[in-house]
Design a binder for this molecule. Structure first.
Ligand SMILES: [Zn+2]
Length: 130
């Protein structure tokens, strides 16, 4: 998956920092159990409750794009297809979309020619405790 740059602000100490990773990884980060802030404090709760996303960049283009295994690619820019599937696409910003009907999110990988390959953001992977 393509990386984006997320500019964040810690609302506890006001420090701004960047997170580079896919939208999926960013959400994993926001839900992680604790957070060590470069501002000099450690929090025993998920960053989602106090880290604010200021901006999100568009994903970096992929030089030699090929489909990622396990991803469900859907051409959401094809209005005929979205109509057939009764999708209600809404732009969340920086090329990220959500289907208001199913609440599924769609991110994309951009190839060297600038074509956007949209895919369904995978649901959180469930880890089974041993
Ligand atoms: Zn902080």
């Amino acid at each position: 998956m393509s990386n984006r740059v997320f500019l964040c602000c810690c609302q506890k100490c006001g420090l701004q920092f960047e997170f580079t990773g896919s939208y999926e990884h960013f959400n994993d980060f926001l839900d992680s159990e604790n957070f060590v802030c470069k501002g000099g404090h450690t929090e025993g709760r998920p960053p989602r409750s106090f880290v604010k996303t200021i901006t999100m960049s568009e994903p970096y283009p992929v030089t030699e794009w090929k489909p990622t295994e396990g991803l469900n690619y859907v051409d959401i820019l094809d209005s005929q297809l979205t109509r057939i599937r009764s999708m209600q696409m809404d732009h969340l910003g920086a090329g990220l979309y959500i289907d208001r009907r199913t609440l599924k999110k769609y991110d994309y990988e951009e190839d060297a020619k600038g074509y956007r390959h949209y895919f369904e953001v995978p649901k959180r992977r469930v880890t089974v405790e041993a």
